[in-house]
Ligand binder design. Structure first.
Ligand SMILES: Nc1nc2c(ncn2[C@@H]2O[C@H](COP(=O)(O)OP(=O)(O)OP(=O)(O)O)[C@@H](O)[C@H]2O)c(=O)[nH]1
Ligand SMILES: [Mg+2]
Length: 468
């Protein structure tokens, strides 16, 4: 019996070998010459080498996939400017502080550009007509101008003096960033290329063209010099009484806008300026596309553990690109600032909070995310507090809010209940509603929170795998 089965096994193995297309392709033909034999053997060896390489790369891909499966995987979602990238920076600060430190210099140029963007915004506002229909900077002798006002000559002089700075900002953005960067915003294509252009080197980008880097270094050095020379003019433009009055009249709160650094002119224009952690979290770069960040944790208890966090563009036109990432996510962090009185930058007819609620409904009801934890961060709580303190009334924007107190606690509860209601009603399977009130630019509380959130996700996934 044993002898028969061994015979069958041998027969099957011989048959399999004779059917193997690899062996068949290199089988010696009849009447092969010596030269043909050498060529055939060489081709066979080459094919074997290629086959081994393919096997190795498949094994490597499998290893990476296995590692990824064991790692924590988080997807950051929310509308544009909701604070996704700011939360990502808090994760990096908490879990990979050494890597975060290495990127400090990259952010220096971004922050300097953010400062110039605010100067441009200010000058645009001042150039615009005022509520009485007059430009604050119309040249003298124009009928109806403020020709005798010191404001005209002073602001026009400042505009003139700051023009080279504005042109340099445009040039630098063209050299460094995506073509889509607007005067107001810096927009970068996903990946580390933009960081390498700003001087960041990691193992993947160390082979950059050094000549290009030298040219960029010159532009960066000139920017520092020009900023230092423009320091007093930027400061007096911002602190000018008439400027402040013009902003008030237009109900523009520049301090709450992304990448605002006009209160830090002295520090940022100094040639020895080094961004603080807080500056980096406050810096604004619009995410373009989808960026996956692989964090290898540096902190003692979880050292060496993997963590993948995916940051996306929140623009309405980019939201379809989120879908391929739904399948892989263990948890979603949904950023929802309670900006009841603001409109979307990309569509000034759409209220930010309404847009967030619509997006939330879509995420909660999505069947691909049925098993995924969704954690909501009511971000930008500092802005909500300032908005309410300045007397802006919720009921004017959200009539259903009625006469409830115009205070942070009450307003937050009202909107939180709406988000919670949709979560309960629309989730394909029951899941816990987890919400946090955050101010992502407050790095002390946010880094502590993201550590707790990370632990919660790990715990929850362990429980889920136990149940399976
Ligand atoms: N005041 C305040 N600013 C915040 C807060 N969270 C983020 N910001 C700032 O708001 C701006 C926009 O935040 P980002 O993190 O870039 O927004 P995003 O969601 O990644 O936006 P996209 O990449 O366009 O989708 C940045 O300048 C942040 O520093 C917050 O809680 N309070
Ligand atoms: Mg972003």
């Amino acid at each position: 019996m044993v002898a028969i089965s061994k015979f069958k096994q041998k027969q099957r193995a011989t048959m399999e070998l004779s059917e193997n297309p690899f062996i068949v392709a290199f089988k010696a033909p009849a009447n092969e010459t010596e030269e043909e034999r050498i060529r055939r053997v060489r081709a066979f060896q080459d094919a074997q080498r290629v086959s081994r390489q393919i096997d190795e790369s498949l094994q490597e891909a499998k290893r990476i996939l296995d590692r990824r499966k064991r790692a924590t995987r988080i997807l950051l979602l929310g509308q544009a400017e909701s604070g996704k990238s700011a939360v990502l920076k808090n994760f990096q600060l908490a879990f990979t502080p050494q890597q975060f430190q290495k990127e400090r210099d990259v952010w220096k140029t971004i922050i300097q550009l953010n400062l110039i963007s605010s100067v441009r915004t200010l000058l645009n506002i001042l150039n615009d007509v005022d509520p009485n229909g007059q430009s604050l900077m119309t040249p003298p002798h124009t009928p109806g101008s403020h020709s005798n006002s010191p404001l005209n000559s002073k602001l026009r002089r400042i505009h003139l003096v700051l023009s080279p700075l504005l042109s340099m900002e445009t040039d630098l953005k063209n050299i460094l960033f995506s073509a889509g960067s607007s005067p107001r915003e810096i927009r970068v294509t996903a990946g580390t290329t933009w960081k390498s252009k700003l001087g960041f080197r990691d193992s993947a980008t160390s082979q950059q063209n050094s000549q290009l880097t030298n040219a960029q270094n010159i532009v960066k050095t000139n920017l520092v010099k020009l900023l230092e020379a423009s320091k007093n003019d930027i400061d007096s433009l911002w602190k000018d009484e008439d400027t402040q009055r013009a902003l008030q009249e237009r109900e523009i709160n520049l301090r709450d806008s992304p990448g605002f650094f006009l209160d830090d002119v002295e520090r940022i224009t100094s040639p020895s300026y080094q961004p603080t952690d807080s500056d980096i979290v406050r810096a604004r770069v619009r995410t373009d596309g989808v960026e996956e960040h692989h964090l290898v944790l540096e902190t003692a208890r979880l050292k060496g553990n993997d963590f993948y966090i995916t940051d996306v563009s929140g623009m309405r036109s980019a939201r379809h690109s989120w879908i391929p990432f739904f399948d892989d996510a263990q948890a979603i962090l949904f950023l929802a600032p309670l900006m009841f009185n603001q409109m979307l930058e990309e569509d000034p007819h759409v209220n930010r909070l309404e847009d967030s609620l619509l997006l939330w409904k879509e995420i909660c009801s999505n069947v691909l995310l049925a098993n995924c934890n969704i954690i909501i961060f009511f971000n930008k709580m500092d802005i909500l507090r300032r908005t309410l303190e300045s007397g802006v009334e919720v009921r004017k924007y959200v009539p259903s809010y009625g006469d409830a107190p115009n205070e942070v606690a009450s307003v937050t509860k009202y909107f939180k209940d709406r988000f919670k209601g949709y979560h309960r009603k629309l989730s394909p399977k029951p899941r816990t509603f987890i919400a946090h009130e955050t101010s992502a630019i407050d790095i002390h509380s946010t880094t502590a929170l993201v550590i707790t959130v990370h632990e919660g996700i790990i715990r929850d996934n362990l429980e889920k795998s136990d149940m399976i």
